[in-house]
Design a binder for this molecule. Structure first.
Ligand code: BGC
Length: 470
């Protein structure tokens, strides 16, 4: 619980944050982004909700994966996590307190359809109704992400994303969500980072469901593509007034030096990490020019896919954290390239060992906006993990403030150069379950004590608040 006392501390903390805003290196004004620019914060169901088996929720692939030995650092589980399921009201009040007007959260598919299809869990539906209604009551706009990686376990047993039947399952789930929440929710994000969950979960085996190899990865990728297109169209058909998008992670890619083989390696990595998620959705196909082994994906095409490619999303959700430096490594299968870890490059890094490189978000905004068919962009995630410490009830996370302000300056630079970027969501509201890293990484604006679940508003959150109120 956030003690009332810490809420009443806000003036003092805001003063500190305001003074930081006027310091040169932090100087940034909300007004410069325009009055219509949307300011938000994002979360994901599995990372914050906990309540993994209460009130009729079915298990997801992550509930199962986290129980397998050696999958998650220190064997952490997300069974309780931030307990957002029970503390959502307090957490939404914090969003309000921080003057954030937009809240992006995801629906846990197996909370409302415990087996993935068929029987509906009324308690789960009720929970999301309460979340949405509380947001609306407080003047916060709710944004729904339909899929942030937590597939119902029952569907994994039937092949999950590698089974083309997912198209039917995902359609049923989408249509249910639209029916249940579409009267109040006007902005929809179909998927979160399809390439991350297919790459980590179906090729590398380091995320749920832990599958490996091209034979799992390629069908999963293609099925994610067609599910995004068909669900996007469905939401739009049922809710013509809604805005519909889907979110990708992307990173600027730089060759380690200008040797031609490293430059070519960077182009291949770029195809894999950046082009592969957006281009198929724009009807441009998969980037086989750079990655010929991707041709095998054609095996999973179906003549009926063709009609899906005509759909255009209202917006693309762009998510950026870092840049990647790449070198040619002949023995790495398929891409023949490898990422040179930031820790080995003597550059500033976050606790994830991700390079702090603000121009990356500028470059990616420029590139994505140049695709014909990308009409509008919202930055749906950007943020950083640092080793936060509580000192006398406060968290003085200067590095995060600095990270946000530097990245935001680059968003503004892109906007001023004509990119149609119309919103920014910080990742993330609460310290939470960071997938394979468990609770070792803290990305939140709000600190969570995972023993007591106490929330402490970090200085970076006060900084964001002061920026939004300026
Ligand atoms: C994901 C989040 C994750 C964050 C930091 C994004 O790729 O959407 O779920 O917590 O990155 O790793």
């Amino acid at each position: 619980m956030i003690p009332v006392a810490s809420l009443t501390m806000h003036d003092e903390r805001s003063d500190l944050a305001s003074s930081l805003l006027t310091e040169d290196r932090f100087s940034l004004s909300r007004n410069a982004f325009g009055a219509d620019f949307k300011w938000g914060v994002s979360t994901a169901a599995f990372q914050v909700e906990g309540a993994w088996n209460v009130e009729g929720k079915g298990p997801s692939i992550w509930d199962e994966f986290t129980r397998r030995n050696g999958t998650i650092r220190s064997g952490h589980l997300a069974d309780t996590s931030c307990d957002f399921y029970h503390r959502y009201a307090e957490d939404i009040d914090i969003i309000k307190f921080l003057s954030i007007d937009h809240f992006r959260f995801s629906i846990s598919w197996s909370r409302i359809l415990p087996a993935g299809t068929g029987k509906i869990n009324a308690a789960g539906v009720d929970f999301y109704n309460r979340v949405i209604d509380r947001c609306l009551r407080l003047g916060i706009e709710p944004w729904i992400t339909l899929y942030h990686w937590d597939l119902p376990l029952e569907l994994k047993k039937k092949g999950g994303w590698a089974n083309r039947d997912i198209l039917g399952w995902f359609t049923e789930y989408t249509s249910l969500c639209v029916k249940l929440f579409g009267d109040r929710v006007k902005r929809w994000i179909i998927m979160n980072e399809p390439l991350a969950f297919t790459g980590a979960g179906y090729f590398l085996g380091i995320h749920a469901p832990g599958h490996k190899g091209l034979g799992n990865f390629l069908p999963a990728v293609h099925h994610a593509t067609i599910c995004q297109l068909s669900s996007g169209r469905m939401v739009k058909d049922v809710l013509p007034g809604a805005e519909v998008g889907t979110s990708f992670s992307c990173s600027m890619i730089t060759p380690v030096n200008d040797q031609p083989r490293n430059v070519r390696a960077a182009a291949r990595m770029d195809a894999l990490l950046n082009r592969m998620s957006v281009e198929p959705l724009l009807g441009m196909g998969y980037p086989v020019d750079q990655l010929p082994s991707l041709r095998k994906i054609e095996k999973y095409f179906h003549p009926s896919d063709e009609k899906l490619y005509g759909f255009r999303f209202d917006f693309i959700g762009l998510q950026n954290y870092t840049r990647e430096v790449v070198m040619h490594v002949p023995w790495v299968p398929y891409v023949h390239a490898s990422i040179v870890k930031a820790g080995r490059r003597n550059v500033p890094v976050t606790s994830m060992d991700w390079e702090i490189y603000p121009p990356s978000i500028f470059e990616m905004l420029k590139r994505f906006s140049a695709y014909p068919g990308v009409n509008k962009i919202y930055v749906t995630e950007n943020g950083a993990s640092f080793p936060d410490k509580v000192e006398n009830g406060h968290v003085h996370d200067q590095e995060r403030m600095r990270y946000f302000s530097l990245y935001l300056s680059q968003v503004l630079r892109a906007k001023n150069e004509g990119v149609n970027v119309q919103g920014y969501f910080a990742w993330t509201l609460l310290d939470n379950f960071e997938w394979a890293e468990g609770y070792h990484q803290r990305f939140g604006l709000v600190y969570v004590d995972f023993e007591t679940r106490q929330r402490i508003i970090k200085d970076s959150a006060f900084w964001y608040k002061a920026f939004l109120e300026k």
